[in-house]
Design a protein. Structure first.
Length: 340
């Protein structure tokens, strides 16, 4: 071997050793930074593994956002103590909802090149009963009060409701038969008393009544949003009111909590929470002064729960549904609450 060749090989080996050392140092630095981050959050919730059952009375189930081994898992807490110790299920969801012992969980499926997404239906003990492909980034999820229907929304173009350059796909499934309606765009639309067709129609934020037929959702078209009432038997959607997004039907079926765009607010934070009386169509602004980009949940007939950004990604807050009182944070590092 010539001296020149030996020199080149030594230079190459030295370079490889330097690169390996740099990579190792980066990994150790990242690990130390993660440990410091976790130590810097002594107020993180107490979490232990255990059984999470969707039929256990007096419980709240949600996605755990706290860093650690149970990140993104469904956890259960007493509804009367939502900031208390959490029981973790090992079932991971990006979005979740449950009612009457049935759950819907929107998940990421990590691949070698990119992620895909799916919706899974869960029984009361979180066993998977059915799986469906989701054609985009999961956004909203709901189960009907009877547990017989489930719905989800995904972004298939864009990733935010704040602007206008996005496209969504809302699906509804019969949890008993597995029959899937992959898109509400197949329904006949009645807008202002007339049949309506447009290529720019989008739907999201489904919420169900307890008759296994009626539902409500948001429709966007022509740069405006509308509250629509859907009929699963007639396959129709009828507009009821403008400027309504992410509706959530109250337990008694008489009111809808929703987010509304308010003129003068920033383009990336344009919403305020309201409750709509479906009989009188009277709107009541809620006492939350911040912009809420979430589909609120009803903790009971008097209280609305929703997520706002927090140190771990999201925290849960509650506010009276009649416009009185003040918002109160009830749980840190939490998202997608359900009171099954």
């Amino acid at each position: 071997m010539t001296a020149t060749l030996r020199t080149r090989l030594l230079v190459l080996a030295s370079a490889l050793l330097v690169l390996a050392a740099v990579a190792l140092a980066s990994v150790l630095h990242a690990s130390a930074r993660a440990e410091r981050r976790d130590r810097a959050r002594p107020d993180g919730p107490e979490i232990t593994s255990g059984a999470v059952v969707l039929t256990e009375p007096g419980r709240m189930v949600f996605r755990n956002m706290a860093w650690g081994p149970h990140r993104d898992e469904l956890v259960s807490v007493p509804a009367s103590d939502p900031s208390g110790p959490r029981t973790a299920s090992h079932v991971k969801c990006l979005r979740f909802h449950a009612a009457a012992g049935t759950g819907v969980c929107l998940q990421a499926v990590h691949g070698p090149l990119s992620d895909t997404y799916r919706a899974v239906l869960l029984d009361a003990r979180l066993h998977v009963t059915r799986r469906y492909d989701v054609p985009g980034i999961p956004s909203r999820a709901r189960v009907s009060p009877t547990g017989h229907l489930a719905a989800w929304t995904a972004f298939v173009g864009g990733d935010s409701y704040a602007g206008t350059d996005f496209s969504t796909r809302a699906a509804v499934v019969d949890t008993r038969t597995g029959t899937l309606i992959p898109s509400l765009e197949s329904f006949r639309i009645v807008k202002d008393g007339r049949e309506y067709r447009s290529s720019d129609v989008n739907f999201w934020g489904v919420t169900f009544a307890d008759d296994d037929r009626t539902f409500y959702a948001t429709m966007a078209t022509g740069g405006r949003t509308y509250l629509v009432r859907g009929d699963l038997r007639a396959h129709t959607l009828t507009t009821l009111r403008g400027n309504v997004e992410c509706p959530s039907l109250s337990p008694d079926g008489t009111r809808i909590a929703f987010k509304k765009r308010v003129p003068g607010l920033p383009k990336d934070a344009p919403w305020r929470l309201y409750v709509l009386d479906l009989r009188t169509m009277r709107e009541t602004p809620l006492a939350e002064p911040r912009s809420v980009d979430d589909q609120a949940a009803w903790a009971d007939a008097r209280t609305v729960v929703y997520a706002l950004p927090g140190d771990f990604g999201a925290d849960l807050y509650r506010v009276p549904a009649d416009g009185t009182g003040a918002p109160r944070r009830i749980s840190t590092a939490a998202l997608s609450p359900a009171y099954p």
